[in-house]
Design a protein around this ligand. Sequence first.
Ligand SMILES: Cc1cc2nc3c(=O)[nH]c(=O)nc-3n(C[C@H](O)[C@H](O)[C@H](O)COP(=O)(O)OP(=O)(O)OC[C@H]3O[C@@H](n4cnc5c(N)ncnc54)[C@H](O)[C@@H]3O)c2cc1C
Ligand code: FES
Length: 352
Amino acid sequence: MSGRARLTVNGKTISATRGETLIEAGLSGGIVIPQDCCTGQCGTCRVDMLSGGIDPAGTEEDGTCLACQARLEGDAEIRFDPQPIAMKTGGLVAEVNELGGEIVEIVIEVTKPVPYLPGQYVKVAFGGFPERDYSPTLRLDGVREINQLILHIRRLDDGVVSSALGRGIVPGKKVKVRGPFGNAFLRQGEGRLVLVSTGTGFAPIWSIAVAARLGQPHRPVHIIASARDPRNLYMRPAIDWLAKHGVANAVLAASGANPLPPARHGRAIAFLPPLGREDTVYACGAPEMVDEIKRIAREAGAKCHADPFLPSGGELPVTKRIARFFGLGKPKTSPVHAQLESLAETLGRPKS
Ligand SMILES: Cc1cc2nc3c(=O)[nH]c(=O)nc-3n(C[C@H](O)[C@H](O)[C@H](O)COP(=O)(O)OP(=O)(O)OC[C@H]3O[C@@H](n4cnc5c(N)ncnc54)[C@H](O)[C@@H]3O)c2cc1C
Ligand code: FES
């Protein structure tokens, strides 16, 4: 495909080459569309397709597409919500606080405040460790200083970064931060907000919930915070804060075992209220749950913004996926893991 076409982005029209991705087309006219991975994983570049010649390259969802994958076929118009421009800053770990179960709260004091929208994520590299994505949030009493980034991180036994929390990663550790990124941020609007999280997916959900109660108090909030292990229901103080701020519909749920009341036994999906076109759903955390919620929301005609916590390599390795399917906790050290490795090899896929 060759030739020129006109692309209008947020009202500004530029000339671009047919066949380019929307991000490339925008750049050729001096317009930067928000982006991060540029591989179709992170969703940061999701834009509304308003009209015209776009091949969404299989990324279409409710009239939107991923601008890093979709290609310009003819004259077209797109839009995206304004959001802070990604920046870089440094900082120091100020606090490492155990929140219960496997969850750790990290407080970073940054040199320059990072302006992010509730629900966005940043990239953090603790000194000497690889960069990871985290969703900045608030302390569980709803407070954050402007020069702080508060993170809720789940400690994984075999996690390169998370297993070092409180060991190599301690107060005084240097930190580099880039961001913000991500498209699952709170927008202005009407209608009920349905907020669903698994595990530390509560970090962005908590940020959204507080901003919504304080900034859009006319919108009813229905929140479901879940974890597999009841010990990871670290968000009880936050649910109390929401109750004091008028949120009557809050469910805490654990799927792995019976949690202490008022938390309930079951998966987040089991407590989803009936959805309608007037609802806006935010789903954050385990990719499987996020996908399921997206499907249910789409079928109900509700808007849905999703933030799947994909591992840093993108997809979970095949052995990890099979192990998780069978509910195996730590396959790397078990004999079952050896069998899974051999199964992965037989299938001709990469080992974990
Ligand atoms: C947009 C985004 C926002 C995120 N926000 C947060 C956040 O606020 N808090 C938080 O705790 N995490 C968050 N994550 C996940 C985080 O970026 C890391 O992937 C996670 O903390 C593991 O890093 P690690 O170095 O400890 O483990 P790795 O060394 O990267 O992985 C160790 C092992 O754990 C597996 N693994 C990695 N991540 C997961 C996972 N999510 N579920 C199951 N198995 C996994 C890997 O496959 C590997 O086998 C987010 C991810 C994304 C994409
Ligand atoms: S930049 Fe397009 S999906 Fe990440």
